[in-house]
Design a protein around this ligand. Structure first.
Ligand code: ADP
Ligand code: MG
Length: 624
């Protein structure tokens, strides 16, 4: 028999070091992790078995056994699930493949106490056994394969893998319990832990221990510990908050608390039970490009798959939990799930219910809803352009910051605050709230007390393209088109300033193709200049996003340069512009004005080196 010694991946070693020296007080979670893995392994085999019946030939009923051997101070957890072969053991138990565990590692601070609390928050899966065991042996045989393997480690630096004997498929994990952890060799304690964390596991969990009374007829005590009725199948009134929470941790592989729990049974033509959770924290995979929903599909209490894209739309992919159908056949395959009419109607009904629950929350608990929005709003908003039938509903649920500086606001509330004669919902798009707030184009709107929404999510640019208006009011960017901020009278007055006209002419000549137009601004009150997009050009922020993603054909469109007639610099330049030869004397200044406007947009000057040398020249001459 060959035994091979292998080193853990560096990250795992670090993690194990923490486990071995753990000061985390809830060490009992190790059992929850092992039971959860065993249950997952059985679910996997059952699912594989749907298409490959051979695998289930000798399997019997799926079950989890826990053997307590007090004398030898070991605890053994066995399952008859999918099992692991050599490669599986190396990659699953020797590296950190799991996003939850990597997230845990990223959050480590180096302070033992603080980091210990993270163990509870993120969970560390299998590796948590090293909090209570100083040696662990994993004996496993993969379903459908002949060779079994033994993985063993003391959690320090290395593990060994050797060929081994095992009759049945599945995994058997033996923990040699540490001296200071002998509480986990007590039947009552173990029963208590299983009840607390794993009562909802649908497989029977049996605790087997040697009879302490040596004269007794039965050498062993064996007791089924968990209730095992699927939690979602019980009635709401029988389920405690704590049980919901534990179930959420199990089903979502998450360690935050659910922010909202939705549990109901649909009866009628199509019957199903729903137990769904909205997490309180963003799951790590929320922005995975695959955008797959993560809700698990069960049929009559039997796990089918968690890889079911038709169960919920992508914009609800933050939801976690279970949908259990009474109408689908048990042997349904992945292919059969696609475009299945039962699935379609479940998807519609469940989507509707989730949105209704969120609307209720928004009404009843605005603060809680805003928290939800901050975590998941940018995902839900994808529904505005993806789900035409629910566009208006989702738009109403959207929240934005605004110049009113009152925290998040909805579009309905914006409308209710709008000025009487205002027919446009004004917004400014930017990469961040800070950048949006700095936009010079807002100056005039603020002065006129017109509220402007900050659209700071890249997804905003996309739905805006498809949604021209809300409740009859059109959306209007403050960085695009002419701002209708002034009454006609004042406009006329501005136009009749010959000095300003002279400056505009000079700027047009000097800037040429770099600008589309130069015109007096009525959206500026302080800044000298700003850039805006012309009415039929693409909004500037959108153009920047596309440029960033290399999605822009050809050059960016030239912008309109707006100048503020009331600004001191513009006044001075205007005076200069009426003098002879002003096109030449104002050449440098024209360029600097344009570059200044670009910089305020967060862009670079067209020629940064040229800009710096122009600025230096100007500064030098002003200090002469
Ligand atoms: P997670 O369960 O979140 O993936 P764990 O650290 O708990 O992370 O387990 C790591 C991996 O090891 C699992 O994803 C699974 O592939 C494998 N594994 C653990 N326990 C078992 C088991 N009893 N049977 C089969 N595979 C298992
Ligand atoms: Mg696990």
């Amino acid at each position: 028999m060959t035994t091979e010694k292998m080193g853990f991946e560096a990250e795992v070693s670090r993690l194990l070091h923490m486990m071995v020296h753990s000061v985390y007080s809830d060490r009992e979670i190790f059992l929850r992790e092992l039971i959860s893995n065993a249950s997952d392994a059985c679910d996997k085999l059952r699912y594989e078995g749907l298409t490959n019946g051979e695998l289930l030939k000798d399997n019997g009923e799926f079950a989890i056994d826990i053997n307590l051997d007090k004398e030898n101070k070991t605890l053994t957890i066995s399952d008859n699930g999918i099992g692991m072969n050599r490669e599986d053991l190396i990659s699953h138990l020797g590296t950190i493949a799991r996003s939850g565990t990597s997230a845990f590692m990223e959050n480590l601070s180096g302070d033992d106490k603080k980091d210990a609390n993270l163990i509870g928050q993120f969970g560390v899966g299998f590796y948590s056994v090293f909090m209570i065991a100083d040696k662990v042996e994993v004996l496993s045989k993969k379903a459908g394969e002949n060779q079994a393997y033994l993985w063993a480690s003391d959690g320090i630096g290395e593990y060994t893998i050797s060929d081994a004997e095992k009759d049945t498929n599945g995994t058997q994990i033996t923990l040699h319990i540490k001296k200071d952890a002998d509480e986990f060799l007590e039947v009552l304690r173990l029963k208590n832990i299983i009840k607390t964390y794993s009562d909802h596991i649908t497989l029977p969990i049996t605790l087997i221990s040697k009879n302490e009374d040596k004269d007794a007829e039965e050498k062993e005590n064996s007791e089924r510990v968990n209730d095992g009725t699927a939690l979602w199948a019980r009635s709401k009134s029988d389920i405690s908050e704590e049980q919901y929470k534990e179930f959420y941790h199990h089903v979502a592989h998450a360690f935050d608390d659910p922010a909202t729990t939705i549990h109901y049974r649909a009866e009628g033509k199509i019957e199903y039970t729903v137990l769904l959770f909205i997490p309180s924290q963003q799951p790590m995979d929320l922005f995975d490009p695959a955008r797959k929903p993560k809700v698990k599909l069960y049929v009559k209490r039997v796990f089918i798959t968690e890889d079911c894209e038709d169960l919920l739309p992508g914009y609800l992919r933050f939801m976690r939990g279970v949908v259990d159908s009474e109408d689908l056949p048990l042997n349904i395959s992945r292919e059969m799930l696609q475009n299945n009419p039962v699935m379609t109607s479940i998807r519609n009904a469940v989507t509707k219910r989730i949105l209704t629950e969120l609307e209720k929350k928004a009404k009843k608990d605005a603060e809680g809803y805003n928290e939800f929005w901050n975590s998941f709003g940018s995902v839900l908003k994808e529904g505005v352009y993806e789900d035409f039938s629910r566009r208006d509903q989702i738009l109403k649920m959207a929240r934005f910051e605004s110049t009113a500086d009152n925290g998040l606001t909805g579009l309905d509330d914006y409308l209710s605050r709008m000025n009487k004669d205002q027919d446009t919902i004004y917004y400014v798009t930017a990469d961040s709230l800070a950048a949006a707030k700095r936009s010079p184009q807002l100056e005039g709107f603020k002065a006129k007390d017109i509220e402007v929404l900050y659209f700071t999510d890249p997804v905003d640019e996309f739905w805006l393209q498809m949604v021209p208006e809300f409740e009859g009011k059109k959306f209007g960017s403050v960085t695009r088109g002419a701002a209708e901020l002034d009454d006609k009278e004042k406009n006329k007055k501005k136009k009749s300033k010959p000095e300003l006209d002279a400056l505009i002419a000079v700027l047009k000549t000097n800037l040429g193709e770099s600008v589309k137009d130069v015109r007096p601004s009525n959206r500026l009150t302080d800044s000298a200049v700003c850039l805006v997009a012309d009415d039929d050009d693409m909004d500037m922020h959108m153009e920047r996003i596309l440029k960033m993603h290399n999605k822009l054909d050809g050059a960016a469109s030239a912008r309109v340069l707006e100048i503020n007639a009331d600004n001191d610099l513009i006044k001075a330049l205007s005076k200069q512009a009426t003098k002879d030869g002003s096109v030449d004397t104002l050449k440098e200044a024209s360029q600097i004005l344009l570059d200044q406007a670009r910089i305020m947009e967060g862009d670079l000057p067209e020629d940064p080196v040229g800009f710096a040398s122009r600025l230096s020249n100007m500064m030098a001459s002003s200090f002469k």
